[in-house]
Design a protein around this ligand. Structure first.
Ligand SMILES: [Zn+2]
Length: 255
């Protein structure tokens, strides 16, 4: 069994914002407290992290995750990458570099902004090894193997990477899926998809678009993520078709 945990399902500012603004979200509902998007996959002893959000340390502590073997990155934006520095204790624990996987543009950006993680410096050892994602690849630890498919999705002016792991697709930041890639999204148990807000946005799916995409892909269940502060959990849950659910931090999906 493969377990998928949504560590964070908030937009780039999370809910509440750092200023204490809860927007339209009811602060009394714990499902409205959202950290920035990251996810975790566990299969046997193999631990795979997707993105290192600014909240990654608390996300891992809250979910009692003590090992990270590999990290996949969806794209280079700060809300998915700025926690990269927190990976150091996993390097100390393993005593070897952690393999990260990212698309070409993201890898270039990470190496530019966080070069010390890859090259070391000032007496510190490098902690990460950068690898380019392929369309089909796998990560493993002894007998446990996770097979991964990846493809580009449009995310405003850049492309982000969508990942398909077993019968789950993770598309946390996107405003369009290229037509030729829909065939990679057949027979899904879960589609985890960007649904930023009700209004249109140049780099994210909005509420209506996320539902339309869900109906087109037709997975068993669709989980909406990257939810901004105008998306109250109960309000959106009551407005959705039966097989579409808003994510919440700590949501576990069995795939
Ligand atoms: Zn982004």
């Amino acid at each position: 069994m493969t377990k998928f945990i949504i560590l964070g399902c908030g937009s780039s500012v999370g809910v509440p914002w750092i200023t204490g603004n809860w927007g339209k979200c009811n602060k009394k509902n714990k499902f409205n407290k959202r950290t920035r998007c990251s996810a975790f996959v566990k299969k046997g002893n193999l631990s795979l992290l997707i993105d290192t959000s600014p909240d990654i340390k608390n996300q891992l502590l809250t979910n009692k995750i003590k090992d990270i073997d590999y990290v996949l990155y969806t794209h280079e934006h700060a809300d998915q990458t700025s926690g990269i520095f927190e990976l150091r204790p996993f390097y100390w624990k393993k005593k070897k570099k952690i393999n990260i996987f990212a698309n070409k543009e993201t890898l270039k950006d990470l190496k530019k902004k966080h070069g010390y993680c890859f090259k070391g410096g000032q007496g510190y050892a490098p902690i990460l090894k950068g690898n380019l994602v392929k369309q089909n690849f796998s990560v493993s630890k002894k007998k446990d193997i996770i097979k991964i498919k990846s493809f580009y999705v449009k995310h405003g002016e850049i492309n982000s990477t969508a990942y398909v792991i077993d019968k789950l697709a993770y598309i946390s930041d996107a405003n369009a899926i290229f037509e030729e890639d829909y065939k990679k999204l057949k027979n899904l148990k879960y589609l985890v998809i960007d649904c930023l807000k009700f209004n249109q946005h140049p780099s994210h799916f909005n509420f209506d678009e996320a539902i339309t995409i869900s109906q087109k892909i037709n997975p068993k269940k669709t989980i909406l993520t990257n939810l901004h502060s105008d998306m109250d959990y109960n309000f959106i849950k009551n407005s959705l078709p039966k097989n579409v659910l808003p994510a919440f931090d700590g949501m576990i999906l069995k795939i």
